[in-house]
Design a protein around this ligand. Structure first.
Ligand code: 13P
Length: 252
């Protein structure tokens, strides 16, 4: 694909006013969607403010998490029907911060992927090794395991509703991104695991994003890297002008 994806993961940041202001600024500078597919992933509290500020503009809205059920008696969680009602078209599954800080295990991540895809949403499956796993030479095995478990419940025909984000834990929020070459290598490991299960054609069509200390100075390098179709940006996406500059860089 020529079109690149740029995702702004705000994590646990921004007030309602800031979210609306960010959205207005970004919408005013959106590139044509066939060149760059831009998506913002606000906190649940800001979903509606973002949707209102977005209006009809082609800025996609994603959620950072979602409970793998439509609605119901699950205190503190947000259900998939509620997310769809709020204008969400994609949901992250298995972000490393949730795996690490909240103990989210692979089987729950898989349930989420299954539920999001089943509800017609895009699931963004996040995978990546820790520094210790990398040091121990286990990075590839970790990726293979996270891909195998995370995609286990996904039918071949539904793989087109899945994006995979390679986010090495040691690169997130550290200012030390992976190199584009290392991201390409990891993408190939991911694609090989997908190929083994779903076949050549599906694996080739799978879109893989890189995340971890992406900013306007290094984005173009990742987008030019073989096998990388976009970026999942955290800290550097919080500033609207910074994100607009990244959208420009993504147009190439
Ligand atoms: P940073 O861009 O802040 O390193 O975060 C990456 C990330 O976790 C995006 O999901």
């Amino acid at each position: 694909v020529n079109r690149k994806r740029l995702l702004a993961n705000w994590k646990m940041n921004l007030t309602l006013d800031q979210a609306a202001e960010w959205t207005r600024r970004v919408v005013a500078a959106l590139p044509p969607p066939e060149e760059v597919s831009a998506m913002v992933l606000p906190s649940f509290t800001a979903l509606d403010a973002v949707r209102r500020a977005r209006g009809d503009a082609p800025l996609l809205i994603g959620a950072q998490d979602g409970y793998p059920q439509g609605h119901g008696a699950v205190t503190g969680e947000v259900g998939i029907e509620q997310l769809k009602d709020a204008g969400v078209s994609a949901v992250l599954a298995g972000h490393s911060e949730r795996r690490r800080l909240l103990g989210e295990p692979d089987p729950l991540v898989a349930k989420k992927v299954e539920a999001y895809v089943g509800a017609g949403l895009t699931a963004v499956l996040c995978v990546g090794e820790t520094e210790a796993e990398r040091q121990a030479g286990h990075a590839e095995a970790v990726l293979r395991r996270q891909i195998a478990t995370g995609l286990e419940p996904v039918a071949e025909s539904a793989l087109c509703q899945v994006l995979v984000a390679y986010e090495p834990v040691w690169a997130i929020g550290t200012g030390h991104p992976a190199t584009p070459d290392a991201a390409s290598e990891a993408a190939e490991t991911i694609r090989a695991a997908v190929r083994a299960r779903f076949g050549e054609e599906r694996a080739d069509a799978l879109e893989i994003l890189y995340g971890g200390s992406v900013d306007v100075t290094n984005l173009a390098g990742f987008l030019a890297a073989s096998g990388i179709d976009g970026a999942l940006v955290g800290g550097a996406s919080l500033d609207a002008d910074g994100f607009v500059a990244m959208m420009k860089a993504a147009r190439g």
